[in-house]
Structures are given as C-alpha cells and as structure tokens.
Design a protein around this ligand. Structure first.
Ligand code: UTP
Length: 301
C-alpha cells in the first residue's frame, strides 16, 4: 500500500494588483490592510502555522516588498527605544510577533519579463512560480485576502480531509443565493458530513443557474499534478491563468477533486466593501475594541 502523504508546505500568492482597492493599493498591499489590529496576511500565516505547516512560500512581486519587510524586518532599534522608554507591554507584543517563525521564506518573485512585471498573470500563474519548491509533495494554497475565523484552523480541517482522501481539496462556504453570482460555485455530490465530490466548477453563474450555493474560498490543498495543468493552461479572456479553471480541467479529465464545507466564518478582504464588513465584524467581536465600537455606533445612529 502506498504511504499516505501529509501537507507540510503552503504557497501564499500575494502578487496581485489589488485594483479593487485603488488608490490605496498603489502603495499599500491589500494583504497588509488591518483587520482590527493586525494585517490580513498575519491571520493567514497564523492559520498556516497553527495547522502545522513547516514552510511558507510567498509568491510576491516588485512593488510589494513591504510584505516581506513587515514579517522579516529587523526590530532591534525599535526594541531599544521601547526598553529605554519602559514601554514593557508594547515590547512584549513586539517580541510575541517576532515568534512567528523565521522559516517563512520570501524568495519568490513572479518571474515576469520586463514587459509583464507590472501585469501579474493570475492566481494560477502565481502558484506555478513555486513549482520548483514543491516538487512531488502535496501543498496548501492560501490566497492572501481570504481569512477564516474558526475554532480549528480552516487549513487544519482541510488537512484532515486530505489525510483520508489524498486528492485535491477545495474549501467551500455557503453563500445566500442572491449573492452567489459573484463567486466560483460548485456542482457537487455529498459524500459524508461536509465533504463533497465536485462534479463541476462554474465561475460566477447567474443565481437561477447556480448548481448550489457552495462558493469556493481561496484555500486549497493541491497535489503536484496541478502544476502540469497550470503549465499547459491558456490565459483566459482577461489574460490570466486561473487556478479554478485548471481544477475544472482536471475534473473534465476524470480526476477526483473534493470540496470541504469548513466550520467557521469566512471574512473576505478582496474589495473595499468586503474588507470593511470583515473589519467591523472582527472589531465588534474584539474583547477590548468591541464595546468601544458599539458605543460609538450608537452615538452616530
Ligand atoms: P485576486 O483575484 O483578488 O486578484 O487575487 P488581485 O489582482 O489581487 O486583485 P484585483 O482583482 O485587481 O482587485 C487573489 C489572490 O491571488 C494573488 C493576490 O495577491 C491574492 O492574494 N494573485 C492574484 C497573485 O499572486 N498574482 C496574480 O497575478 C493575481
């Protein structure tokens, strides 16, 4: 019997243009926007590490150096100042932050030629850039703008399903029918509690034609086979290579792809409205800031 494989590496693509956040995203990567008191990306990295991931590979690009600086920057001088000013609480917070392990590597830049440097070619193309780091292993992919708040980290839940089935797993979330047309949606057959065999992936179907209300969230476990599909993929009309389209091609070729409806709350951070709602949701839940925000909102309404 073949030995079961487990997931040790995660790819986090953060090279997108973030046009839906312009003008702010001209300078500040959307992945560093705050959710209460830490950047969106920090939630995602913590999810990966709390799921047992040992190596994170970012796919970044020129102009987004701020991301690596945030996580890998040297805080020596700042710590000295905090010590001298006896700001012990803040110093402790900074030291806790530094405990995010050093095994996060920022070695990957989307290898565009000069012409394409400012034109990222899609999430699938970004993932393809990490092919050499992954080799023959299964890998998690966590998009830099999808946060899930849950008791058990979302990726850990997906990993449990992968342990059993050893095939690609897509994370799924139930969305009200009236909003379904903004998402990638699956046609699927239930196998067991929360686990689905995916039959088809349909991008942004009109509500009437949506085969389910299960939307795709940007968290996946993939097997090395995906790289063959990404390599062969033709750019879509928008000029991008899209992961979901490659997974759909795999399905058409008769490969098994499963979906998992995770337990937890999906906080989207891909555009201004979604980010604002996610930020308010988490702030209202925060032990310190929740009460303050409620009070302020009452004054305003
Ligand atoms: P999005 O689909 O939200 O695209 O990316 P985007 O380019 O960042 O944003 P908009 O549509 O222009 O507003 C989902 C994830 O994939 C990454 C993004 O950084 C984000 O984490 N991505 C996207 C890449 O790494 N490269 C790409 O070419 C596209």
């Amino acid at each position: 019997m073949l030995k079961k494989k487990s997931v040790k590496k995660a790819i986090i693509p953060v090279a997108g243009l973030g046009t839906r956040f312009l003008p702010l995203s001209k300078i500040l990567p959307k992945e560093l926007f705050p959710l209460v008191d830490k950047p969106v990306l920090q939630y995602i990295i913590e999810e990966a590490l709390n799921s047992g991931i040992k190596e994170i590979i970012f796919v970044s690009r020129e102009g987004k150096e701020m991301i690596s600086e945030y996580f890998a920057g040297d805080n020596g001088a700042l710590k000295e100042i905090l010590k001298a000013r006896k700001k012990d609480k803040i110093l402790k917070e900074l030291k806790d932050f530094e405990k995010i392990p050093q095994n996060i590597s920022f070695s990957h830049y989307i290898s565009f030629s000069e012409v394409f440097q400012e034109e990222p070619l899609g999430d699938g193309h970004a993932i393809l850039q990490a092919k050499e780091e992954i080799k023959e292993e299964p890998v998690a992919v966590l998009f830099g703008d999808d946060v899930v708040i849950s008791k058990v980290p979302c990726l850990k839940q997906l990993m449990k399903v992968f342990e059993k089935y050893q095939c690609p797993i897509i994370s799924l979330y139930r969305v009200p029918k009236k909003r379904i047309s903004s998402y990638g949606v699956v046609k699927a057959k239930k196998l067991e509690n929360r686990i689905y065999k995916i039959k088809e992936i349909i991008e942004k179907p009109p509500a009437k034609r949506a085969p389910s209300n299960l939307a795709i969230v940007g968290k996946y476990i993939l097997t090395p086979e995906i790289f063959k599909y990404l390599q062969k993929a033709k750019p879509s009309q928008k000029g991008e290579i899209i992961l979901a389209e490659c997974l759909e091609k795999m399905l058409k070729d008769g490969k098994e792809v499963l979906g998992y409806e995770f337990e937890g709350k999906w906080l989207e951070c891909g555009d201004k409205e979604k980010w604002l709602k996610s930020h308010l949701y988490l702030t209202l839940k925060h032990p310190q800031f929740g009460k303050i925000l409620k009070k302020e909102l009452k004054k305003l309404t």
